[in-house]
Design a protein around this ligand. Structure first.
Ligand code: PEP
Ligand code: MG
Length: 755
């Protein structure tokens, strides 16, 4: 019977001996291919390495002509070897020459071989090369042989990753492992950062691949799986899902996979082929990652992602390492790379060394994005497989303005970005010079520029930017970054610190806006089909008034002797606001009775972010002391376009007449009822959009700290009267235009507006 001579375990043992021999990298490869060919009773064993230019180069062979080594190349997708690299899947053919992808390479003399087995050489799901065995006779290699070859390929992947191996690449034929990548994602936080990769969850480096005692490895695997299962059960049972803010749903998926027989079988087979338990997990995980990268169905991708995450946990268990290792001292110029990350984890890092953040997940209005902006860290989200591609210490450039990252950039790319960063720094300096200039248009219209904030780290920005105050203080951020529900005393301390930090300036506190995507890790999340339209913000506050009352009390106490501005999120009807006001009145009465110092004045406002308010705008304006437009949510509900879904991000332009009319309706109501109107969504922080808002009647905007300078520069160069004369009637015209952007752009160009 044909088959592996001595079996895969003997092969791995022999491989280990070869790895330990003090020979050159090429000699080691030459020995390895002989070893594989002998062990698998194959006439040919060839090893191809993927180069940075996308071609596969023959690096070693036993059986084909030796002269072909380093000469034979093929593009990914070309021939059987190219096909394996492209699909990242094994190919097992009894008659290779009849396969449509077969490509003849005369220099190798391979036409006499019929049977063909090739496997991808994978590392963290990335294809680094292809390993092939061939036989003259027609034969189908057994599953055990396919398994053995894949296991050997894993050892080869580690050899490719070694520094010694890099010396084999000829100039101009660098290997793919180190190749530069330019990847696109979602802009999360503006700015350019250059630095070196720090992995938030450092990959476990499995150095011990080959098992000494296979029986022991099976036991280790079984114990680790059992341990993993019970830890997931415990997390679900406890109902507190504090670990990284993950959701119950994810844990349920983990539980399902942890009991999946197919997965367990693949892990056991990998151990049976001679690997250590951790190497087996890594092998199966790498195959899974390769599948994930090629999967286009978003649902299936998500599930493969979950499985990957689970394998990660198993790996950490087997090597006895804690999952999150990011709090260690950061090197200078660190760029943090993570698959996903909560805001609390980001705040644990030393801001002084952080130059950027790159995530595989995360939309522009996600919380991690809000925190990154607050910290002024350039950030890009939705970057596919960045945590798999990047290695600790790799050079990485983050362009948070356009949402691009450049991994291991070429020197010219790096030079271009150094220049861009320098120019940006100079522009920031110019903005800083505007700090003390009043925000007044050329024709004398004063515009209030306020900051959006929510954390203590935000507070110095008021002074730095010269903002008029804090136009939106997102109180839920304190709750989101905490390990447990903040006590009333902790809330009070924060609100006091905020007011103390900005003496003489106004702060508009928004009551808790939780629910929807803003899940508190320590609170049981309700299963909701459409959380953005569900039980959130003021709805929770009114249904469970305990939390709202405690918060209002803390706010009123903090504001003792000063003016207090409080507003409520997600108000959909006048009645909701009236009830919220009653809660505040009740707390004022309570504090009065207990002899507390009350605020000198309490102003209560409404966030206009649910479209229903547009149709009760006079009624709500009559009840409110001020209005504040939450354009992030207003846009999402107006166009029915999920703000968290990157596919929806550019679908509708906020300068669409429908949106502009909605915004104008609020500004007009403010003027009619003589109450202040602010806009505090992301829209107000973009100079062109801010200009459009001024033309609609807005005289107060609240934005992230980095936007104050650019928006102020815009309005200092603007003659508002000219703008309204020119474009004022545009909205009245019954235009079917998809956006009025070109009109605003043309005006800005013609009048030299600083954008
Ligand atoms: C908004 O919806 O525009 C807003 C400012 O609030 P948040 O982004 O916190 O929902
Ligand atoms: Mg909102």
């Amino acid at each position: 019977m044909r088959g592996a001579l001595g079996g895969p375990r003997l092969l791995l043992r022999r491989l280990r001996e070869v790895m330990a021999e003090p020979v050159s990298a090429q000699a080691r490869l030459d020995k390895i291919v002989v070893l594989i060919a002998n062990n698998m009773v194959a006439e040919v064993c060839s090893f191809y390495v993927l180069r940075a230019d996308g071609t596969l180069e023959l690096y070693a062979t036993e059986g084909l002509k030796r002269e072909a080594v380093h000469l034979t190349t093929m593009t990914a997708g070309e021939g059987l070897v190219g096909l394996i690299a492209q699909k990242a899947q094994p190919l097992n053919l009894p008659n290779a020459q009849s396969h449509p992808a077969f490509a003849y390479k005369p220099e190798t003399g391979e036409e006499i071989y019929q049977s063909f087995l090739g496997v991808p050489v994978l590392r963290a799901g990335n294809t680094l090369g292809v390993l092939v065995v061939q036989n003259r006779a027609h034969r189908l290699y057994s599953e055990e042989e396919v398994e053995a070859l894949q296991t050997t390929a894993m050892v080869l992947a580690e050899i490719i990753a070694s520094t010694e191996f890099q010396t084999l690449a000829r100039p101009g034929a660098d290997i793919a492992l180190r190749r530069p990548f330019s990847l696109s994602g979602q802009p999360l936080s503006d700015g350019v950062g250059l630095g070196h990769v720090v992995l938030h969850e450092p990959r476990v480096v499995v150095s011990n691949l080959i098992a000494d005692d296979p029986g022991r490895e099976v036991r280790r695997l079984d114990e680790a799986v059992a341990d993993l299962r019970s830890s997931i059960d415990a997390l679900i049972d406890r109902g507190d899902v504090a670990h990284g803010g993950e959701h119950r749903e994810v844990l349920e998926t983990f539980r399902m996979f942890a009991h999946d027989q197919g997965w367990i079988r693949r892990l056991r087979e990998a151990v049976a082929s001679g690997l250590t338990a951790e190497a087996a997990v890594e092998r199966v995980q790498s195959d899974n990652r390769a599948r994930m990268m090629r999967q286009t169905d978003p649902y299936l991708r998500e599930r493969l992602h979950d499985l990957d995450e689970l394998a990660n946990r198993l790996l950490h268990r087997l090597v006895g390492r804690e999952m999150v290792g990011g709090q260690a001292a950061l090197p200078e110029n660190a760029i943090l790379v993570a698959r996903s990350m909560g805001p609390a984890a980001l705040l644990d890092y030393d801001r002084r060394h952080l130059r950027g953040l790159v995530l595989e997940e995360g939309g522009p209005t996600s919380h991690i994005a809000i925190v990154a902006r607050a910290l002024g860290i350039p950030a890009v989200g939705n970057v596919e497989n960045i945590a798999g591609l990047a290695e600790t210490g790799d050079a990485l450039i983050v362009d948070g303005g356009v949402g691009q990252v450049h991994l291991r950039p070429q020197p010219d790319v790096e030079a271009a970005f150094r220049e861009k960063a320098r120019l940006r720094a100079r522009r920031q300096e110019q903005y800083r010079a505007l700090r003390d200039q009043p925000a007044v248009t050329r024709d004398g219209v004063r515009v209030g520029l306020h900051l959006n904030a929510g954390l203590v780290v935000d507070l110095p920005h008021v002074e730095e930017t010269g903002a008029d105050g804090i136009g939106l203080f997102r109180t839920e951020l304190q709750f989101m970054v905490a390990e447990r529900l903040p006590s009333t005393a902790e809330q009070l301390a924060l609100y006091r610190a905020v007011l103390d930090a900005v003496p003489g300036k106004t702060v508009t506190f928004r009551t808790l806006d939780i629910g929807g995507d803003k899940v508190l890790p320590y609170m049981r999340a309700m299963e909701e089909e459409n959380p953005a339209l569900g039980w959130r913000a003021i709805r929770i506050g009114l249904d469970r008034p305990g939390l709202l009352r405690a918060q209002v009390r803390a706010l009123l106490k903090a504001g003792g002797g000063r003016e207090m501005k409080i507003m409520f999120p997600m108000v959909a009807t006048v009645d909701e606001f009236v009830r919220a006001k009653a809660i505040v009145q009740r707390e004022i009465g309570h504090l009065e009775r207990h002899g507390h110092q009350l605020p000198s004045e309490v102003k209560l406002g409404v966030m206009v972010e649910v479209p229903s308010l547009l149709f009760q705008i006079d009624e709500i304006a009559r009840e409110a002391d001020f209005l504040s437009v939450g354009s992030n949510d207003l846009m999402q509900f107006l166009f029915a376009a999920d703000r968290e879904n990157p596919q929806m991000a550019d679908r509708f332009d906020p300068l669409h007449p429908a949106c502009l009319r909605a915004l104008k309706c609020v500004a007009d109501a403010g003027a009619r009822h003589d109450i202040p109107v602010t806009l505090c969504g992301e829209l107000g922080g973009r100079p062109l959009e801010a200009m459009a808002l001024l033309s609609l009647g807005y005289r107060s905007l609240s934005m992230s700290p980095a936007s104050i300078g650019p928006v102020k520069a815009m309005l200092l160069s603007l003659n508002l009267q000219e703008l309204t004369d020119h474009l004022g009637s545009l909205l009245e015209e019954r235009t079917a235009a998809d956006t009025l952007r070109p009109h605003y752009v043309a005006f800005a160009k013609k009048h030299d507006i600083a954008l």
